[in-house]
Design a protein around this ligand. Structure first.
Ligand code: ANZ
Ligand code: ZN
Length: 802
């Protein structure tokens, strides 16, 4: 058959691979674990944006198979969580049914990609055999003191009727629905991720991740060095301790600000100020922390109290303002308006004194129009004057320690992880509350605690989960004393299941442990993890925390789950994210129907550098389709010619292998595709000149193409006379000696204008090149006088003629 009938071919090979997977487990081979961030099975299904990452990871997986690895490339479902529940409420379908439907649909769509997923290893976070282990991990954390209960004001989304982790409320709005986040006092389960702050920070160094993502994680952990300094309160035996990263500016501290939640405020406040302070503190309690930090206009009230600046004995006023957070540092700030932007604004607004203590090197002191936050020399600071600010930063904490006025400290921005949700569709937290014994873990042999069927899974306004209304489920007996007890009714956040799923794939049928040591050692950790950058902080930090904890209790044999991370960019349509609500979702179905899976796979990679966002334009796929047709014809027209390769063809073939391999290793997939197009054209042209293309060159092209366009490659491989799969062929090697070219193509110019090209031997001397060039250009030089002859070796001949 001379025609490239992609429909026929793709159907045929997909069926064949299903019977006979190309990726065989073989412990004599090295392993490669290539993982996609598993999808949330939404009702909308997959669009061309989803394909981008899945195609990339599949190309790498197939490439590794060709290189002789046994490859683990699994797929599964992150299926608990709010969207399924919201969908269920809206459409009146039970979340478990809606989820099953969605999984079936997305799975069907995934088959279209022809990725080499191992469906025997499928995991589903809502499957009791899976969440049994999600609960087991929680029980281990509880036993190790890392899961604890706490009553606290929390980010509350009034629309989702649910608490949010700090990570889910980063700009004062709900990450999911965009509603403004408020505060609510609730009893919550917390995970002590802060106990791992240092290791989470340190071990970033060992990972092959982009600097961008590493920085996002280290900023989120937010380790800073500073000092705690004590300020005596005037007329009282109380003191206020502040946390500062700028102890060098102590002499410039002209007032103090406390967070509205600071515990001593009632005792510090004078009777005249009481009413205003109480009102201010109440108002602040209704705002979210992000709202308070980013609030443009500074607000605050004076408490009537004063404290003493320990380095100069000056009495400074104590204020309350909501830009100071209760849960960072000590909840009290020594304010240095001259050198801190927030303090400067505050001082301007409330007319508080500003004293400059750092002078930029070589400048005169003059009135500040804004805070100066740079380096410089210390002034207005008694015997510290003349010191460099950065030196003082180091020294002052020691001085304060010696004088008993404070101490050196380390602080983290990272907070413990709020781990309970007041929603139905999640893993029940495996805890029983007993009047006598307190919170007791459900014994491991009684796991999983099954999520019961409920009639109404709608969330409530009270902060109670819908599970709280099922008396027969809630009322139970205490595993410790046998007395009456109640089940915990909160469920886990969606992140729970995704924090360890990569461990389960390696041994997903195990009913004794979350995965055996043997299988974990065989496959894990993940060698390449592909997914969107939106998970840079949340999921990736949680997964690292889980892995480290499981390592500490001996459940997994490594500390870091993901060795190399690749974040693909988003596919947009007319500049905006594809979404059902915008009506701009491009479905892959029609494109597969009209051009085939192979063309769409290659086009997904061709649209732009894979790490960058890219606007989608259907029309470009045509170029890729035509390219595959050219390859098809090239192989057909030449496969039976039996020509021998020329030196030039051998060069082309080796250069092709060299470039494609290097670009693939660097994951610059768009340049791989353009490289294929460029080299194919060159091979076609050279073949025309030489009366045909040799078989080895054709075979090499087909094997290299196989990870990208597997169906056409498999078909052409058969046409080239092979009985076994192209994926058994082995990845072609480069013969370095052939990369040295005998001839080069050089450009010919007349008076600087490009006129022609010619091919010369690389070691041809100047005279013979010029003579040959003048011959080629003879007609253009006729009747002219040659003024000058220029030869740039291997590149250009320029004949200047009048
Ligand atoms: C005096 C000072 C002078 C400060 C100066 C900064 C600049 P990072 O680096 O992010 O850790 N701070 C301390 N506790 C705070 C709280 N609970 N809420 C809001 N701000 C707080 O920030 C540490 C700095 O943030 C500290 O150093 C403190 O202000 C402020 F020229 O102390 B600084
Ligand atoms: Zn008990």
């Amino acid at each position: 058959n001379q025609r490239y009938d992609f429909r026929e071919i793709e159907k045929k090979w997909r069926a064949e691979w299903e019977k006979n997977p190309i990726n065989k487990e073989d412990d004599l081979k090295p392993k490669f674990y290539c993982l996609d961030m598993f999808p949330y099975p939404s009702g909308t299904g997959l669009h061309v944006g989803h394909w981008r990452g899945y195609v990339l990871s599949d190309v790498v997986s197939r490439y590794k198979v060709l290189q002789g690895y046994q490859v683990l490339h699994p797929m599964g479902w992150d299926a608990f969580g709010l969207p399924a529940e919201n969908f269920a409420i809206k459409n009146n379908i039970h979340p478990s049914i809606a989820t099953a439907n969605n999984i079936a649909n997305v799975k069907r769509q995934l088959h279209e990609i022809s990725a080499i997923y191992d469906w025997d290893r499928e995991v589903d976070t809502t499957d009791p055999n899976y969440y049994k282990w999600t609960q087991w991990i929680f029980v281990q954390m509880f036993k190790h003191g890392l899961a604890y209960e706490k009553e606290m004001p929390l980010n509350w989304c009034p629309s989702c009727k649910c608490v949010l982790a700090n990570e889910e409320a980063t700009n004062g709005t709900c990450e999911r629905c965009g509603a403004t986040v408020t505060k609510k006092n609730l009893r919550q389960w917390m995970l002590k991720i802060t106990a791992y702050a240092d290791r989470l920070l340190e071990d970033l160094k060992t990972l092959d991740w982009s600097d961008k993502v590493k920085k996002m994680q280290s900023d989120w952990i937010g380790k800073s060095y500073g000092a705690e300094v004590d300020f005596k309160v005037v007329g009282s035996d109380k003191k206020i301790t502040v946390y500062t990263t700028r102890p060098d500016t102590l002499h410039g501290c002209t007032f103090m600000v406390l967070a509205p939640e600071y515990k001593d405020i009632p005792e510090l406040t004078t009777p005249e100020c009481k009413e205003a302070v109480e009102k201010y503190c109440f108002d602040a309690s209704t705002k979210s922390s992000v709202d308070r930090m980013t609030n443009k206009e500074k607000t605050g009230v004076f408490t009537g109290a004063y404290c003493v600046n320990p380095v100069n004995g000056k009495e400074i006023p104590v204020w309350v303002a909501d830009y100071v957070l209760a849960d960072y540092g000590t909840g009290a700030v020594m304010c240095v308006p001259a050198h801190d932007e927030r303090d400067f604004e505050f001082a301007k607004k409330f007319d508080l004194p500003i004293v400059q203590v750092i002078l930029p090197e070589g400048e005169e002191e003059k009135e500040l129009t804004e805070a100066y936050t740079g380096d410089g020399v210390i002034i207005n600071s008694g015997d510290w004057n003349g010191m460099k600010a950065f030196e003082a930063k180091e020294k002052v904490p020691h001085i304060m320690e010696e004088k008993g006025l404070g101490k050196k400290t380390v602080n983290y921005k990272l907070r413990d992880w709020v781990f309970s949700r007041q929603r139905y569709w999640g893993e029940p937290i495996p805890i029983v509350h007993c009047e006598h014994c307190g919170a007791v873990a459900v014994p491991e042999d009684q796991l999983p605690v099954l999520l019961p069927q409920v009639e109404s899974y709608k969330p409530t306004d009270t902060g109670e989960s819908p599970l709280a209304h099922i008396d027969e489920w809630v009322n139970t007996t205490c595993p410790k004393c046998g007395g009456p007890a109640k089940r915990e009714t909160n469920t886990m956040p969606q992140w729970a299941g995704s924090s360890w799923y990569f461990l389960r794939y390696v041994d997903n049928h195990n009913d004794k442990e979350l995965a055996s040591q043997e299988m974990l050692k065989k496959w894990a950790p993940v060698d390449l993890y592909v997914g969107g950058i939106e998970h840079a902080v949340l999921h990736l930090l949680y997964a690292r925390f889980y892995t480290k904890f499981l390592y500490d209790i001996g459940a997994v044999p490594f500390e870091e789950p993901f060795q190399r991370l690749f974040n693909q960019g988003m596919i947009t349509k007319n500049g905006s994210k594809m979404s059902k609500s915008l009506g701009n979702v491009v479905s892959p179905d029609d494109l597969v129907q009209n051009y085939g899976c192979d063309s769409l796979r290659m086009y997904e990679l061709f649209v732009g550098p894979p790490e960058m966002d890219c606007d989608w334009d259907d029309s470009g796929i045509d170029g890729v389709f035509r390219f595959l047709n050219r390859v098809w014809k090239l192989v057909y027209n030449n496969k039976d010619l039996n020509v021998t390769a020329s030196k030039d063809m051998e060069y082309l073939r080796n250069k092709l292998v060299y470039d494609i391999t290097n670009r693939l290793e660097a994951l610059t997939m768009n340049t791989v595709v353009s490289g294929f197009m460029e080299y194919t054209n060159k091979i076609i042209d050279l073949g025309k000149k030489e009366g045909g293309v040799d078989k080895q060159t054709l075979e090499t092209l087909v094997v290299l193409l196989a990870p990208f366009a597997p169906h056409i490659a498999e078909e052409l491989w058969k046409e080239l006379g092979h009985a076994e799969s192209v994926f058994d062929a082995g990845w072609p090697e480069v013969d370095e000696s052939k990369l040295v070219q005998d001839t080069v193509e050089i450009a010919l110019q007349v008076s600087g204008k490009f006129r022609d090209t010619m091919v010369v031997s690389v070691d041809a001397d100047k005279d013979s090149v010029l003579a040959q060039a003048k011959e080629v250009l003879a007609s253009r030089l006729e009747g002219k006088t040659i003024v000058k002859e220029i030869y740039v070796p291997g590149k250009i001949v320029n004949i200047i003629a009048k």
